[in-house]
Design a protein around this ligand. Structure first.
Ligand SMILES: [Ca+2]
Ligand SMILES: [Ca+2]
Length: 190
C-alpha cells in the first residue's frame, strides 16, 4: 500500500509525464515530449537529433514497461490506471524499477546535460528540469540545492540516480529528493 505522501508523489509523477495534460499517456506522447526537451537544450537541430537517437532505446524500454499499467489495453495509460498500478508494479518490483525507470531517468539526464560533461550544472538543471517539469526557476533552484552535495554546484549522475530512486520508491518526507519534481500538493491544496 502506498502512503499518503507516496500517493502525492505518484500523482505528481503522472502530471509530469503527461505534459499536455490529456489524461492519456501514449508512446507517441512520450516521444514528442522527449523531442521537445532535446530541441530545448540544443539550438543545433542536428545535435538534438543525435540526442534523440541516444535516448530513444531508454524511452522504448520505459514505454514497454508502462504498458503493464494499461489494464484495458487501449494503448493509453490514464491517471487511474497509473495510480492503481503503481503500488503493485513499482513498489513491489524494485528490480524492474532499476531496469526501467532508470532508463527513462538516464534519458532525462542525458538530455539535460547539454554540454555533455557528465554532470548537471545549476544552469542545465534549471533550464531542462525547470521547463520540463513546469517549475519556476526559483522552484527548480530549490530542488537543485536540496539535491546537490554540500559545497558543490553540480549534480552528478550517481547522486541524481540516488535521488530518482528515493523519490519513486521512498517514503521519507524529509529526504532531499522530496522536491525532485517540485513542490507536492498537500491534501486540499487543489
Ligand atoms: Ca488504458
Ligand atoms: Ca553538464
Amino acid at each position: 500500500m502506498a502512503s499518503e505522501f507516496q500517493k502525492q508523489k505518484i500523482d505528481r509523477i503522472y502530471e509530469v509525464l503527461d505534459v499536455e495534460g490529456t489524461g492519456a499517456l501514449t508512446f507517441q506522447s512520450f516521444l514528442a515530449d522527449a523531442e521537445r526537451g532535446a530541441l530545448r537544450m540544443h539550438a543545433d537541430p542536428e545535435q538534438a537529433r543525435r540526442t534523440m537517437e541516444t535516448i530513444r532505446p531508454g524511452i522504448e524500454t520505459l514505454w514497454d514497461w508502462m504498458t503493464r499499467f494499461d489494464r484495458n489495453a487501449d494503448g493509453e495509460v490514464t491517471p487511474d490506471e497509473f495510480r492503481h498500478g503503481y503500488g503493485d508494479i513499482v513498489l513491489r518490483d524494485p528490480a524492474g524499477f532499476e531496469n526501467v525507470i532508470m532508463s527513462g531517468a538516464e534519458a532525462w539526464f542525458t538530455t539535460g546535460d547539454a554540454n555533455g560533461d557528465g554532470v548537471l550544472s545549476r544552469e542545465e538543471y534549471t533550464a531542462f528540469f525547470g521547463a520540463s517539469l513546469g517549475l519556476t526557476s526559483r522552484e527548480a533552484e530549490r530542488g537543485f540545492d536540496s539535491m546537490v552535495a554540500n559545497g558543490t554546484d553540480a549534480l552528478t549522475r550517481e547522486r541524481y540516480k540516488e535521488m530518482v530512486r528515493d523519490y519513486y520508491l521512498g517514503d521519507d518526507e524529509d529526504s532531499p529528493s522530496a522536491l525532485f519534481l517540485g513542490r507536492l500538493k498537500g491534501p486540499g491544496d487543489g
